[in-house]
Design a protein around this ligand. Structure first.
Ligand SMILES: NC(=O)c1ccc[n+]([C@@H]2O[C@H](COP(=O)([O-])OP(=O)(O)OC[C@H]3O[C@@H](n4cnc5c(N)ncnc54)[C@H](OP(=O)(O)O)[C@@H]3O)[C@@H](O)[C@H]2O)c1
Length: 287
C-alpha cells in the first residue's frame, strides 16, 4: 500500500484525505488544532520536518498546510513567509532526502486577476502578500530536484469545524442575518472533497507539473451565495449585492482569479464540480 504524508491534516482540505485510508496508508499532521489520529508537526521546524518525513519515508507528501488568512498575511508578512515559503522549502528538502513525490497545494491568488480563466502557464503576479508567499512556495518546489506536482485551488468549501465561505453564508442565512456580498470578484470555487480526489488522481496517474484543480466554473461571490441559498433552501432575499470598492480590507483581492481546468479535464479521470454540483454533494452529507 502506498504511504501518504499529509501536512495540515487539521485544515479544510488536509482533513479530506483520511477517507482514502482503504487505498492508502495515510499519515496526517496537525499544528495548533489537535486532529484525531494525526501527529504534531510545525512545518517551520526544519529538523522536525526532516526527521518525521525521513523516518516515515512516504511515497507521496501532500502539502496543503499554510497560513491561509489573506488579510492576516498582509499584516504578518514575516510569519506568512516562514510558513508558506520557508515551511514549503523545509518540506521540499525532506522530500529530497526521503525520495518522496510532493504535491504542493497552491492558490489562484498567485495571479493578479486582470485576465481570469487562467491557464497553468499564465504569468503569475500576486497582488497580496499571501499570494506572494504561496508563489515563493511554488518556486521552491519548481526549482528542486524532486518529482512534484502543484495543485492550484480556489475558494475552498466544505464541512469543517472552522467557517469557510459556504458554511459562513449558510450560518448567516439560517440566523436571518442580512449579508452584503460583492458582485465583481470572480473565482472558481472548489469543493474540498472533489479537490482531494483530484489530487490523488494526479498521483495515481503519475502526472507532474502545475494543475488547476478547481470548480469548473467562473462565478462571482454574489451568485455563489445565491446558489448556496437555493441548494440549502434558505432565504436569498437576505443577500445584498455590493461592489468590492465598498469593502475595506487589509489585502487586495484579484478581481477575476478564475481558473481554467481544461488541463485537469484532459489529463485526469475526475469531474471537477461546479458550485451547484459541489453544493448538492455537500448537502447530501447532512441528509
Ligand atoms: N481556503 C481557500 O479558500 C483556499 C483558496 C486557494 C488556495 N488555498 C490553499 O489550499 C490549502 C489548504 O487550505 P485550507 O483552507 O484547507 O487551509 P486551512 O483550513 O486554513 O488549514 C490550514 C492548515 O495548515 C496548518 N498549518 C498552519 N500553520 C502551520 C505550521 N506552521 N505547521 C504545520 N501546519 C500548519 C493548520 O494546522 P493547525 O490548524 O493544526 O494549526 C491547518 O491544518 C492552502 O495551502 C491554501 O493556501 C486555500
Amino acid at each position: 500500500m502506498k504511504r501518504l504524508f499529509i501536512t495540515g491534516g487539521s485544515g479544510l482540505l488536509g482533513s479530506r484525505f483520511g477517507k482514502f485510508s482503504k487505498d492508502y496508508e495515510v499519515i496526517s499532521t496537525y499544528n495548533r488544532n489537535l486532529e484525531e489520529n494525526a501527529i504534531k508537526l510545525d512545518i517551520t521546524d526544519e529538523k522536525d520536518v526532516l526527521d518525521k518525513i525521513k523516518s516515515i519515508e512516504p511515497d507521496l507528501v501532500i502539502h496543503p498546510a499554510a497560513l491561509t488568512n489573506v488579510d492576516y498575511c498582509e499584516d504578518h508578512q514575516k510569519e506568512a513567509d516562514q510558513i508558506n515559503a520557508q515551511g514549503t522549502l523545509n518540506i521540499v528538502k525532506a522530500c529530497e532526502e526521503a525520495d518522496s513525490k510532493l504535491i504542493y497545494v497552491s492558490t489562484d491568488f498567485v495571479f493578479d486577476g486582470e485576465k481570469g480563466k487562467y491557464q497553468e502557464n499564465d504569468k503569475t503576479n500576486p497582488i497580496s502578500y499571501y499570494g506572494l508567499s504561496k508563489l515563493k512556495g511554488e518556486e521552491f518546489v519548481i526549482n528542486s530536484n524532486i518529482n512534484y506536482a502543484i495543485a492550484r485551488v480556489s475558494v475552498l468549501y466544505g464541512w469543517h469545524r472552522n467557517f469557510n465561505y459556504v458554511t459562513w453564508v449558510i450560518n448567516e442565512l439560517k440566523e436571518n442575518n442580512q449579508i452584503n456580498i460583492v458582485t465583481d470578484e470572480f473565482n472558481s470555487p472548489t469543493y474540498a472533497e472533489n479537490a482531494a480526489e483530484a489530487i490523488l488522481n494526479i498521483y495515481s496517474k503519475a502526472k507532474e507539473g502545475i494543475y488547476h484543480i478547481a470548480g469548473d466554473e467562473r462565478i462571482n461571490r454574489f451568485d455563489f451565495a445565491k446558489n448556496i441559498a437555493q441548494v440549502f433552501e434558505l432565504d436569498e432575499t437576505l443577500i445584498n449585492p455590493i461592489k468590492s470598492s465598498d469593502l475595506i480590507r487589509k489585502a487586495k483581492r484579484p478581481m477575476d482569479s478564475s481558473l481554467s481546468v481544461e488541463k485537469a479535464k484532459n489529463d485526469l479521470d475526475i469531474k471537477l464540480l461546479n458550485t451547484t454540483e459541489g453544493l448538492i454533494e455537500m448537502k447530501k452529507v447532512i441528509e
